[in-house]
Design a protein around this ligand. Structure first.
Ligand code: BES
Ligand code: ZN
Length: 603
């Protein structure tokens, strides 16, 4: 549970039990012309009583210019060493320490392929300025910062970032709300965080407050829509606090990124990064914000010790997210989210195979890129485990357990074995027979869904399923009772489409419901793969536009897979579209898609 007693992290070269970092002073200049960050990182160290005389940092594709023992302006040069380069893990940066060394400065610049960074041309934004953002989770912080890149290591930080004068810089820290004339920005993060929560964004960004402690940053053209979409943000924070205790990070702001952002959201502390594809115009996709907000407890406060324990971050967060949504919008709404998640879980299980060890909650990702092993299992099976527990002990008991769990382990890391011990001591042992009814070992260390999982049902989806049946039995699309449907009901309806639907049938639905021209990304992402599989030509332009504009990996992968599987020259078309669209994607997306499609010769 702390660096010295927890498991070792197979994805980091650091040895925090010997020497760990505790505070960072970062100074970087952002240069759009050369697409590099350059400057230095000064680390304050914690040295345990061992005789260890070496600091180990993670570095990947960094150009290390100089290492000093001491502060940037007063240190003495050290003979550092860079270990062999692994494509995924990068290199160990080994720094020999003197007996009294407590500060180390690394002067460096980022390399051209720094995988955390995406440098955008003005045409890839909503405006006329370039843009930069980072994505550090899971192990990409080391591509822009020499650090102990393990979720079990926490540090506070301060940063001074210099950017072109007309751009705003933001971090996972205290943030400016206005442009600085000098192009210099100072940041402080006084709560200790792991390296994967280090984040930076630079662009033509403006701020709008939503409440005293919440607000949203976006490009000027995007800001008004974002303000409306996220109007309930303060209510979400208040609901989360009522459920599981105080919000410990002071402000909670959102940053809406350009559409190439590879994820739906990323829980960077104080400043969640979100994709603009949740700006649906009707607030229908804001559960994603509840999710990232929930990480302010599960993940950012109590942090998975290694990526093998990822379910402790994501499973709790999905459960928490749905509790927030239930408080704001009622049980039937939350049940739709639960049912959609459950369907995804069944999909993922079918994909991985019922006996796959990747369907265990506790993962074994050693020797692999964590990014490849982190699937929906952690999210949806993790949530389902908590739902099973909820059903067995009741909400009151589970809620006080979770609240206490966050309070007792705040700003610490947690591994699966320690969690299970804590669960037994604080909850299972208090209720005779509960352990036997829950069977936590089977959930955590076994495959698939144990048979004590409660059924998942949604009354609103039952109505959708009935409408789907009626349509399949001949009721015209225009006569289906869809007037009150939210995007979730539409997504369910699209998932229900039979595999053999014809182009004529898709045409009938499209004419009645306008799927191809939908402004809702979840509806499009459910619709377009069906149009590919069926060879429904009227959607081709929409598909092209979506693939070349949106970089959200969760949407892209199923689309390219559908293209690869489609009979009309599918694989060739997939590769052609990918070659055209790839320059718009972040490295997180291209590494997945290169594996799927092959790396194009150009693009
Ligand atoms: N922390 C994750 C994103 C992540 C996970 C990045 C693993 C890199 C490695 C974030 O909280 C998340 O889960 N985002 C989801 C949305 C959510 C509503 C399920 C996403 O981006 O799709
Ligand atoms: Zn998450």
């Amino acid at each position: 549970m702390n660096p010295s007693s927890g498991p070792t992290d197979p994805h980091s070269h650091a040895r925090p039990a010997e020497v760990s970092v505790r505070h960072l002073q970062l100074q970087l200049t952002v240069d759009f012309a050369t697409q590099t960050l350059a400057g230095h990182a000064t680390w304050q160290l914690h040295r345990s009583a061992t005789t260890a005389s070496e600091l180990l940092l993670d570095a990947r594709d960094l150009l290390i210019e100089e290492v000093l023992l001491g502060e940037a302006d007063a240190g003495t040069p050290a003979e550092f060493e860079l270990g062999p380069a692994d494509l995924v893990l990068g290199q160990a940066l080994r720094i020999p320490l003197e007996a009294d060394t407590t500060t180390v400065t690394v002067r460096y610049r980022t390399g051209p392929g720094a995988a955390a960074l995406q440098w955008l041309q003005p045409a890839q934004t909503a405006g006329t300025s370039p843009f930069l953002f980072t994505q550090s989770q899971a192990i990409l912080a080391r591509t822009w910062l020499p650090c102990q890149d393990s979720p079990g290591v926490r540090f506070t930080y301060e940063a001074r970032i210099t950017v072109p004068a007309e751009l705003l810089a933001l971090m996972s820290a205290s943030n400016p709300q206005q442009l600085s004339a000098s192009g210099q920005y100072e940041f402080r993060m006084e709560q200790p965080i792991p390296a994967y929560l280090m984040a930076l964004a630079v662009g033509d960004l403006q701020f709008a407050p939503l409440s005293a402690r919440t607000g949203v940053y976006a490009e000027p053209a995007t800001l008004p829509g974002a303000v409306d979409e996220f109007a309930d943000l303060e209510q979400m924070v208040a609901a989360a606090e009522q459920l599981y205790g105080p919000y410990r990070w002071e402000r909670y702001d959102l940053l809406v990124l350009p559409p190439s952002f590879p994820f739906g959201g990323m829980e960077n502390p104080r400043l969640t990064f979100v994709t603009p594809t949740i700006l649906a115009g009707d607030r229908s996709l804001t559960s994603l914000v509840a999710h990232e907000l929930a990480h302010s407890w599960s993940g950012n406060l109590v942090t998975n010790a290694t990526w093998n324990d990822f379910w402790l971050n994501e499973g709790f967060t999905v459960y928490f997210e749905r509790r927030i949504m239930e408080r704001l919008y009622g049980r039937p709404y939350a049940e739709m989210l639960q049912a959609l998640g459950h369907a995804e879980l069944l999909h993922t299980l079918a994909d991985l195979g019922p006996e796959s060890p990747d369907t265990h909650l506790h993962l074994n990702l050693a020797g692999r890129d964590p990014d490849e092993g982190l699937t929906d299992i952690a999210y949806e099976k993790g949530d389902y485990f908590l739902l099973t527990l909820e059903q067995l002990v009741g909400r009151a008991a589970l809620d006080s357990f979770i609240k206490e769990y966050f309070a007792r382990h705040a700003f610490q890391s947690m591994d699966t074995a320690s969690f299970l011990r804590y669960l037994r001591r604080e909850l299972l042992d208090q209720h005779p027979g509960l352990e036997a009814r829950l069977r936590p070992e089977q959930w955590i260390y076994g495959p698939g869904i144990p048979d004590n999982a409660p059924p998942v049902a949604s009354a609103r989806f039952a109505a959708v399923d009935a409408a789907s049946q009626n349509w399949q039995n001949g009721t015209p699309a225009s006569r289906l009772p869809t007037a009150d449907w939210s995007s979730h009901e539409w997504v369910r309806f699209l998932h229900n489409l039979p595999a053999g639907a014809t182009t004529a049938q898709l045409g009938e639905l499209d004419a009645a419901f306008g799927f191809t021209n939908s402004g809702n990304s979840e509806i499009l992402a459910a619709w377009l793969p069906r149009t590919i599989a069926t060879g429904y030509a009227p959607a081709e332009a929409a598909l092209h536009r979506f693939l070349t504009r949106v970089g959200r990996r969760k949407f892209l992968t199923p689309l390219y897979k559908a293209l690869l599987a489609s009979p009309n020259n599918g694989p060739a078309r997939a590769r052609q579209l990918y070659a055209e669209a790839r320059p718009n994607y972040h490295a997180v997306a291209t590494s997945t898609l290169d594996a799927l499609l092959g790396r194009p010769a150009v693009g």
